[in-house]
Design a binder for this molecule. Sequence first.
Ligand code: IPM
Ligand code: MG
Length: 357
Amino acid sequence: MDAKIIVLPGDGIGPEVTAAAQLVLQEVSTRFGHNLQLSERLMGGCAIDRSGRPITEETLADCAASDAVLLGAVGGPKWDDPRAQVRPEQGLLALRKGLGVFANLRPVRPHPQLLKASPLKRALLRGVDLLVVRELTGGIYFGERGRGLQPDGRERAFDTMVYWDYEVERIVQLAFKLAAGRRSKVTSVDKANILDTSRMWRAVATKVGAQHPHIALDHQLVDTAAMRLVAQPAAFDVVVTENMFGDILTDEAAVLTGSMGNLPSASLSGNGPGLYEPIHGSAPDIAGKGIANPVGAILSAALLLRHSLQLEREAVAVEKAVDGALRAGCRTADLQPVQALSTMQMAAAIVQRLPKR
Ligand code: IPM
Ligand code: MG
């Protein structure tokens, strides 16, 4: 198969983990006889440094014209001035919005060999296999906002959470579709005791639920869900929620897997290219040292193969290779402080376990 993949390494450890993921994709390309063309563009703080903007129209157009986009991470202290008008994260939001990738899938399945890396009790982690379906192009991330001095000399700031019924409906529909291929359970997370957006969310989810009688639906308030995620994580199957709740809950869920570095994500639009990124950030504290965990990025590349290129066999091959490397005890420093592998050594350990064909 021929495919054009745009790689946006971004900032901090982004370039390190995407280099690892590209190595894996290139190797898959050779071993399975595909022609995957990978080309890099700037996005985030590095793009601000170059062009004054976190993403250019040209880069956005290249991404839109590609088969898939692989992203590292964006941001860092250099661009963190709270007064700055231009921020790296704006590039990411513009990209998500520009590609229309409203559905962010974040699977969380602790690796059996990494149970002791999690601060949670091992017994709680047994059987955990959940999928967070996070709405990605609406809500408070994209609502009207502002900050300014008022005539009385006080400063005031606001952000608005806005949802349209169709935005809720399409993400909840997808959650039900995905649940049908899993354990047939959807937990819709909201804050319906307080927020109008959540009350609409719950009504839409209930309506969609009625169209899927073979799938169990329950509603949880986000504070309860946050507690249950660490108290009884195995009880969840598919969790569907709005943008910011999903952001927060997936960092929390990452703890179940022992490290933020392990979690991949896929952002899909239903048509057009998907966007694939590990859920971790740019980790400025360890950037440039070559020690970042590339597993989240490599598993994101596997999701890219699966969802954007329909290369299921190749996706499974990458996932099995990651599994094999972890089973063999290969670890980066986030999971094992002594005698850890470097980012590229971990990538090599994974590549080495890819099937010949
Ligand atoms: C994530 C990140 C981003 C988000 C940031 C970097 C804008 O935390 O993908 O979870 O909040 O969506
Ligand atoms: Mg986040």
